[in-house]
Design a protein around this ligand. Structure first.
Ligand code: NOJ
Length: 748
């Protein structure tokens, strides 16, 4: 037995060694080939590789000038070339007519689906499921690569703590651990384990960094993030993407602590290259190099190019400061040619890894299986996994025989249900709730009530009320149009726009139960109407298959499986709001809190509880991070730790018993949070460290086990060192970020 074991280990060792040797050899071959190319390149051709040019999807004729630039080797990559013939033509010119035949790389924002649209990323985040992120990325890549696109500008990994920010729709939510899990799923899905596979795409982790920390949630706004916070929170998902081999990184539009990301040498060179060992390439965001002039960081385009090159930014998106000024900067000695060689090398390396030198052309037999049955089914499953049940006064699931009034501006809005960043998904393929109800022969009356989410006309109210009166239950599909979230689409108020609240209140007077389904790009404040409705389902913008997913959930064919990836506010005035906040010196508490209406007139200033809260909005969110109901109930009991004291090198095992106490089978997301009670830098009240989806039959019990290790206890301190500090910790295991069982341990 022992001998077998030794032999086995030996063989494994030899295999591993030869595998490492081959991949090291392959990497060296690539570097050698790059060196050969760079040696032959003129300075203009090198600068050409650093240029990402855009065409518009609507381009009717490829401009001659553009073709000539490719011929002259002045372009390294394209974005948004959406006619496959143009992709083919441009690549042919690059390969056959440009001086060194360096292939182009074609890119596009394929964020949550190409043709088959998956839920928006905040929806995917609500699935709390790496596989869902991976599947959405995989199918996006399969479909998109059939158009010759081998590089996508996803995943967006910006931690978002403010739901006013329009781009929260594209974000992985507020938590660095959850975002890191998703980051890995996305990168694996886009890139696979074989980048040369013609259905693989280079992923792009964006936006580096702090874009989601825009003050006030106003897009592009200044971010102020002290370095330990940057490292403990904002950088985490990027580290995860890098560990999964992400090939490209996009800088963010914003400045962090006074320095715009695209000209930030500390960020792009010291942190990204030197500390994190990134060996792919960094692309700017759209014009973000020359926008450093608006930031007041560069006086003109030439200085912008100087700053960006010296920061280590490899490829410039759309603006042309490199093309216009790098030559001059070299002449003036501000930039060295070998710096440019380094940037070119980073870009060529990714082109080699994608196999573009061997196979530059789009495979004509690769159809992408656009909208195939398989893709649509997966998009539907993802939508079910993303939908979060926020309230249910025993109205859901519905009986098949229920007579339904289907009302609301999003009930039949094929474009809107797709959400932001869906340049290629066609609304003609969207299956809306209305269409599904018809296809499934649900007994229902449809009356939209309002034509679109911002509609302020009451013209449709009468008919909606009539439909409600003759029905057993109202399904009101509310929300925001796709255009109300996404880039530059921040809102100061995040309630249901238009007259949706008013219509819901009027419908409530009919006495019929209301199921509110929300399709939106962000959490929507619903405090005004929560008491008027009997159930609330948050579907985000669910994508092509919104209708079938919502139908299955409403009628109990499937359970809503989502959990909130962001804290849900009662009012926009509470924002930014996030669960992993600090305790403060005067933590809020229910006992001393006096609500604004209960303050006696003429009350003495210090007669109210002096804790951190709002007099009017209190101190709790409407729904906490991690929250979500299902169609059954669960109970957690008997939290047990393997030890009460550990050393740094020891692992801690955590056990908890989970029982399905309801009538039907169902799934729970068991969440483990840690609290480091005392730190040299104050620590968050809780931090998510593990979670597990567990499926149990009614009455079934299972012991769920987690393992915590030293990495989970680590944080970057004020001296910017990763440290683990001895002392007391709490382990919370619960169904969301504020409830649960707790047990303490000591790190010796
Ligand atoms: C600007 C956006 O910020 C970025 O996310 C996107 O990838 C680029 N434009 C390209 O469209």
């Amino acid at each position: 037995m022992k001998i077998y074991k030794i032999n086995y280990l030996l063989i494994l060792g030899v295999l591993l060694f030869s595998y490492n040797a081959t991949s090291a050899q392959q990497e060296q071959d690539i570097e050698d080939r790059i060196t050969k190319i760079i040696t032959k390149m003129t300075l203009e051709q090198k600068i050409g590789q650093l240029s990402l040019r855009g065409t518009s999807s609507r381009t009717k004729v490829l401009p001659e000038e553009l073709k000539q630039d490719v011929r002259d080797g002045k372009v390294g990559a394209f974005l948004n070339v959406m006619k496959v013939d143009y992709v083919d033509e441009l690549q042919k010119i690059a390969i056959e007519e440009s001086p060194l035949g360096v292939p182009l790389i074609f890119s596009r924002d394929i964020i949550h689906g190409f043709k088959t649209i998956f839920p928006i990323p905040i929806g995917i985040a609500a699935s709390w499921d790496k596989e869902t992120a991976k599947t959405s990325a995989r199918i996006s890549a399969i479909e998109g690569s059939s158009y010759g696109i081998r590089w996508t500008f996803a995943p967006m990994l910006d931690i978002a703590r403010d739901s006013r920010w329009g781009r929260i729709a594209e974000s992985p939510g507020e938590d660095p651990y959850l975002a890191s899990v998703l980051a890995k799923g996305y990168v694996e899905g886009f890139q696979t384990d074989n980048l040369t596979n013609p259905t693989s795409m280079a992923a792009c982790a964006k936006h580096f960094i702090g874009y989601g920390a825009a003050i006030g949630g106003r897009d592009y706004n200044t971010a102020i993030i002290h370095e330990p916070l940057l490292r403990n929170v904002y950088l985490k998902p990027f580290e995860a993407a890098l560990s999964s081999g992400v090939q490209t990184i996009m800088t963010s539009f914003n400045e962090v602590n006074g320095v715009p990301a695209s000209g930030n040498k500390w960020l792009l060179t010291d942190v990204l290259r030197d500390e994190m060992n990134f060996d792919g390439f960094v692309v700017s965001d759209w014009n973000s190099v020359t926008e450093m002039i608006n930031h007041g960081y560069a006086k003109d385009e030439k200085q912008a190019a100087d700053l960006a090159v010296n920061a280590g930014l490899d490829m410039e998106m759309t603006s042309k400061s490199y093309e216009f000024y790098v030559k001059e900067l070299i002449k003036e000695g501000k930039v060295k040619e070998d710096q440019i060689d380094f940037l070119v090398r980073n870009i060529l390396r990714v082109k080699f890894k994608l196999g573009l030198f061997e196979k530059p052309y789009r495979s004509k037999t690769h159809t992408g299986d656009l909208y195939s049955e398989e893709h649509l089914t997966k998009a539907k499953t993802a939508a079910i996994k993303s939908t979060v049940l926020l309230k249910n006064e025993s109205v859901l699931p519905l009986k098949m025989s229920a007579k339904i009034a289907l009302i609301g501006p999003l009930a039949n809005a094929p474009r809107e249900q797709l959400g932001t960043w869906t340049f290629d998904g066609e609304k003609e393929h969207s299956v809306t709730p209305l269409k599904t109800f018809k296809d499934k022969r649900v007994s229902f009356k449809f009356s939209k009530g309002l034509s679109y989410s911002r509609d302020k006309s009451t013209g449709g109210f009468e008919a909606a009320i009539e439909a409600a009166k003759v029905s057993d239950v109202i399904v009101f599909i509310a929300g925001e149009e796709a255009i109300l979230s996404g880039e530059a689409h921040s809102r100061a108020n995040i309630n249901l726009p238009g007259k949706q609240e008013e219509l819901i209140k009027i419908l409530a007077k009919t006495g019929k139960p209301i199921i509110l389904v929300i399709m939106a790009g962000r959490p929507i404040t619903i405090t005004n109407i929560i008491d008027d409705v009997d159930a609330v389902l948050m579907a985000w913008h669910p994508g092509t298959m919104a209708g079938p997913a919502i139908y299955d959930i409403l009628f109990g064919k499937k359970e809503p499986l989502g959990r909130l990836p962001v804290t849900w506010p009662k009012t926009a005035g509470q924002l930014p709001l996030f669960y992993n906040h600090k305790n403060t010196g005067r933590p809020s508490d229910a006992e001393s809190f006096v609500q604004i209406d209960d303050i006696p007139v003429g009350a003495w200033q210090s007669s109210l509880g002096n804790t951190t809260h709002y007099l009017d909005a209190g101190f709790t969110p409407h729904f906490p991070f991690g929250y979500g109901l299902g169609y059954t109930t669960f109970k957690l009991e008997h939290l047990r730790l393997s030890k009460t004291e550990i050393t740094e090198s020891e692992e801690l095992e955590v056990f908890v018993s989970l029982t399905n106490t309801g009538e039907s089978a169902g799934e729970e997301v068991v969440q483990l949070y840690l609290q480091d009670k005392v730190g040299s830098l104050t620590r968050p009240v809780r931090q998510l460290r593990r979670f597990k989806r567990v499926r149990l039959n009614s009455g079934e019990t299972r012991i769920v086990k987690f393992i915590i290790n030293r990495k989970d206890l680590e944080f970057v301190n004020n001296s910017l060192k990763p440290v683990i500090e001895k002392g007391e910790f709490n382990v919370y295991v619960g169904q969301n970020s504020v409830s649960g069982l707790v047990k303490g341990f000591v790190l010796k």
